[in-house]
Design a protein around this ligand. Structure first.
Ligand SMILES: C[S@@+](CC[C@H](N)C(=O)[O-])C[C@H]1O[C@@H](n2cnc3c(N)ncnc32)[C@H](O)[C@@H]1O
Length: 92
C-alpha cells in the first residue's frame, strides 16, 4: 500500500507514506516514478480541494491505475461547503 500525504512520511513492511503535496503535480509525478507498477485501487482522501482532486486524477488515473481498476474520491460533499476551509483550502 502506498500513501501520499502532505504532512507525513513513513516506511513500513508493505506500506510507504510519501510526503507529497497533491497540489504539486511534479511531486505527484515523482512518486509514480518510484512506485513503478500499476495499482488496483486509488482512494483520494487528501485535501478535498477540487483543483487538487482534478490534478491528481489527471495524473494518477492515467499513469498509476491498472486498466479496470477503481478510483474513489472521498468526502466530495466538501465541494459544496460554503463557509469553511479544510486543511487551509477554501471549500467554496
Ligand atoms: C481526511 S485525512 C485522511 C487520511 C487517511 N486517508 C485516513 O483515512 O486516515 C486527509 C489527509 O490529507 C492530508 N492532506 C491535506 N492536504 C493535502 C495535500 N495538499 N496533499 C496531500 N495530502 C494532504 C492531511 O494531512 C490528512 O492526513
Amino acid at each position: 500500500m502506498y500513501c501520499l500525504d502532505r504532512d507525513l512520511s513513513l516506511s513500513g513492511v508493505g506500506n510507504d507514506v510519501f510526503q507529497v503535496d497533491q497540489g504539486d503535480p511534479a511531486a505527484v509525478q515523482g512518486v509514480i516514478a518510484s512506485i513503478r507498477h500499476p495499482v488496483h485501487l486509488i482512494v483520494d482522501d487528501g485535501s478535498h480541494f477540487p483543483p487538487h482532486q482534478l490534478s491528481s486524477f489527471s495524473i494518477l488515473f492515467d499513469q498509476l491505475l491498472r486498466p479496470g481498476g477503481l478510483y474513489i474520491f472521498e468526502d466530495v460533499e466538501t465541494s459544496y461547503w460554503i463557509t469553511v476551509d479544510i486543511y487551509g483550502y477554501p471549500t467554496r
